[in-house]
Write a protein that binds this ligand. Sequence first.
Ligand SMILES: Cc1cc2nc3c(=O)[nH]c(=O)nc-3n(C[C@H](O)[C@H](O)[C@H](O)COP(=O)(O)OP(=O)(O)OC[C@H]3O[C@@H](n4cnc5c(N)ncnc54)[C@H](O)[C@@H]3O)c2cc1C
Length: 369
Amino acid sequence: MRIAIVGAGPAGSYCASLLARQGADVTLFDRQATAWEKPCGGGVPPKVRERFAEVLAYDGPRRAVDVGVFTSPSGLPVRLQSGRPMWIIERKLFDGYLRELAKQTGAKFIHQRIRRVEQAGREVVLHGAHEYRFDFVIGADGCFSVVRRDLLGPIPKHLVSMTVGYFIEAQQTEAVTWFLPKPGYVWAYPRPDHICLGGGSSDPTLDMWAEVERIRVAHYPTAVVRQKWAAPIPFIRDPSFFRRPTTGANFAVIGDAAGHVDALTGEGILYALWGGALLAQALPAGDHRHYEVAWHDAYGRELEKTSDLSARFYDPRTMERVFGVAARSATLRRYLMDIMTDQPSYLETGRMFMRRLPMIGLDLLRSLW
Ligand SMILES: Cc1cc2nc3c(=O)[nH]c(=O)nc-3n(C[C@H](O)[C@H](O)[C@H](O)COP(=O)(O)OP(=O)(O)OC[C@H]3O[C@@H](n4cnc5c(N)ncnc54)[C@H](O)[C@@H]3O)c2cc1C
């Protein structure tokens, strides 16, 4: 079977390497000749490197960050410390590593922007500067996936959010997040040699450029701006989206093209790799439709839960209450850090919270004395 993968980001490259390792005939397409600095926080929590040996083996530059400083909409700061650091990587290098892995295991690479995809009998035709015919196509071409648009329909506009920001020449050791008076936040993630400063919101009335600029001027007034960027991210606030199909007769979508991003944290690298791995298991076994069942079982319910929780979590009034308690309770601070960086499943958060509730109560009582 001739397999095409459109998009050599983490989802496409990782899936290509696993398929090629099994002897499949795989061709990877990307509109960028080499890996590029995709606008992204670059946060890779421990659960990602523990799940994927290839990520653990990544020895490119990264910053290990174990302190997060969060500021509430009214300006109340809370410092969270984790025993297990998050890596912050540069996407050009990390994606380059995965793309190289795919090539080394035998995937072919073609530098080509695919503009249109169509089914022609049993084949799928990719239209770029040339025409290519395959037996199966995998859409790993991100949030505005052409494969998805032409074979399944795009991710609806109201489930996509625009993020904006800068790469600035500054150094810090902590990951900093400022929550805004309307649902949304600005973050500053320290990369090995610069900071990724960016913001996103689900509220279209919020001027995100103005919010990010306000933080830049206030906190990094002298830092040189290396690059200004804007990028879309699937922000799936409707859990029913995850019941829509991600496969068809001879195609499947993975990663951002499938909308597989955590609606609480905006993290998608985990699901890009995980979805790619599940499809690479199902496809050679002759049952690509099993990918649909497999990702639902593995992380689909978890993604639904993040959709469900995000509207409540980002409500500035809820946020203010949570910060008010967290400022006085070390137990709640630890719980929040677990959720943000390390927690195995959001399905456990309710039970985990109930177990810690008596200790949180005790912390609050102690704080009065
Ligand atoms: C501002 C921002 C911050 C983020 N922060 C984090 C974070 O800290 N941690 C985290 O885990 N996730 C984060 N994410 C999410 C993460 O970046 C994505 O979930 C992840 O990159 C998805 O990987 P992917 O391979 O599916 O898609 P992508 O990384 O988007 O890769 C798609 C690839 O397809 C190529 N392509 C697109 N269209 C075509 C075409 N027509 N023809 C050929 N090639 C094409 C592109 O060039 C690209 O290489 C963030 C996202 C944004 C926007």
